[in-house]
Design a protein. Structure first.
Length: 145
């Protein structure tokens, strides 16, 4: 009987725990809504990640060329690291911070870079669990259905 009580208490605690949220540059949690735009790209990256550093300019250009909504989430320890990289490379990208990886875990992100494409209803269109050649027409076809 006590196992059932413990199980119920744990389930209630998990159900009542707010979903993990990334933070904005001021440290405020941001409730990310991936619905609304025809396509939203949820992009996980980090300034310390060599493949991310190489991919990010092409990713940003792809999103801009196709007028896609981007929610960028950095795995850096602080905004200074992410901002410094973005400024040094002239990349205009608003980014959120997920320094503990809790928001990424919600989307089963195990490696950066990872990009997940969502439709207007918030359903997953496609997922890329590594660097992607964003200039490849096959990638565009996968995202722009």
């Amino acid at each position: 009987m006590s196992r059932r009580v413990v199980a119920v208490v744990l389930m209630l605690a998990l159900a009542c725990t707010p979903a993990p949220c990334p933070r904005d540059r001021h440290g405020n949690p941001v409730d990310v809504d991936l619905r609304g735009a025809p396509v939203t790209l949820l992009h996980f990256w980090a300034a310390w990640c060599v493949p991310c550093r190489e991919e990010l300019p092409r990713f940003v250009a792809f999103a801009a060329a196709h007028h896609l909504r981007v929610v960028a989430v950095s795995h850096d320890r602080d905004f200074a690291s992410a901002d410094r990289f973005l400024r040094q490379h002239g990349i205009a990208l608003e980014t959120l911070l997920d320094d503990h990886g809790r928001f990424a875990a919600r989307y089963h992100v195990r490696v950066v870079p990872t990009t997940i494409a969502f439709d207007a209803d918030g359903n997953v269109i496609d997922r890329f669990d590594q660097s992607v050649d964003w200039s490849d027409p096959a990638v565009a076809r996968r995202v722009l259905r």
